[in-house]
Design a protein around this ligand. Structure first.
Ligand code: IYR
Length: 227
């Protein structure tokens, strides 16, 4: 019949999720928490390459995050080319040198001490891949007009959350790196005007003997208020 719409054309489709028992949920919530709580930001990478298909699935997962008006206002640039990684490292270290030598406040530098960071960013060359996340305040339409995006900051934050969980799920590590300012990334990667750098995420296997800061997380009562 001519009036029947194909699944692709339907405005709404059925959605079904398996319902777990309370006990099953308790178990799953605890084990997922324990798994995610074992995720750490890592700054020491092995140079071993990662299969391209894995990175593609990680990005598809990130891109499955909710976004304002479902406009998916992001672009994930994956850099594995050694020369491009080197150019990114050099430009990032130039900015970071300035930040650590005057642009960051004394309080900020003191807060960073437990992390042991400084302006050197060798991981930008050593990690087998850099995922550079760009946020898109608008989409450039074919006819040259601009199509507005919404809650771009929140949407990209959610996508990166999905990405970090997916990276941990496959046994890889990452760092959410924010060299500041980040506009050198637009130039090196030749991104159009509607894309602005959001985060630079090196990804790979941890280096043998890799160490992370001995951090503690806030207890539940410091991060939850129940009404
Ligand atoms: N972007 C600098 C400084 C830095 C800032 C914060 I806030 C951190 O949590 C970690 C580092 C750097 O990457 O070294």
């Amino acid at each position: 019949m001519g009036t029947v719409k194909s699944v692709d054309e339907q405005a709404f489709v059925s959605y079904y999720l398996e319902r777990y028992s309370d006990d099953e949920m308790r178990l799953r919530s605890r084990s997922f928490y324990e798994w995610m709580n074992s995720r750490r930001s890592v700054r020491h990478f092995s140079p071993d390459p990662i299969p391209r298909e894995v990175i593609e699935h990680l990005i598809l997962t990130a891109s499955a995050a909710p976004s304002g008006a479902h406009r998916q206002p992001w672009n994930f640039c994956v850099v594995t080319d050694p020369d491009t990684k080197r150019r990114i490292r050099i430009a990032a270290e130039e900015e970071e040198y300035e930040s650590y030598h005057g642009r960051m406040s004394e309080e900020w530098l003191k807060d960073l001490q437990p992390l042991g960071t400084d302006w050197h960013k060798p991981f930008l060359e050593i990690a087998p891949a850099l995922i550079v996340v760009f946020k898109k305040s608008w989409d450039q339409e074919e006819d040259g007009s601009r199509h507005q995006n919404y809650y771009v900051q929140e949407s990209c934050g959610l996508a990166v959350g999905f990405l970090l969980a997916a990276i941990h799920h496959v046994g890889l590590v990452a760092l959410t790196h924010t060299p500041s300012p980040m506009n050198f990334l637009s130039q090196i990667l030749q991104r159009p005007d509607n894309e602005k750098p959001f985060l630079l995420i090196p990804i790979g296997y941890p280096a043998p003997g890799c160490q992370v800061p001995n951090l503690r997380r806030k207890p539940l009562e410091k991060v939850m208020v129940w009404y």
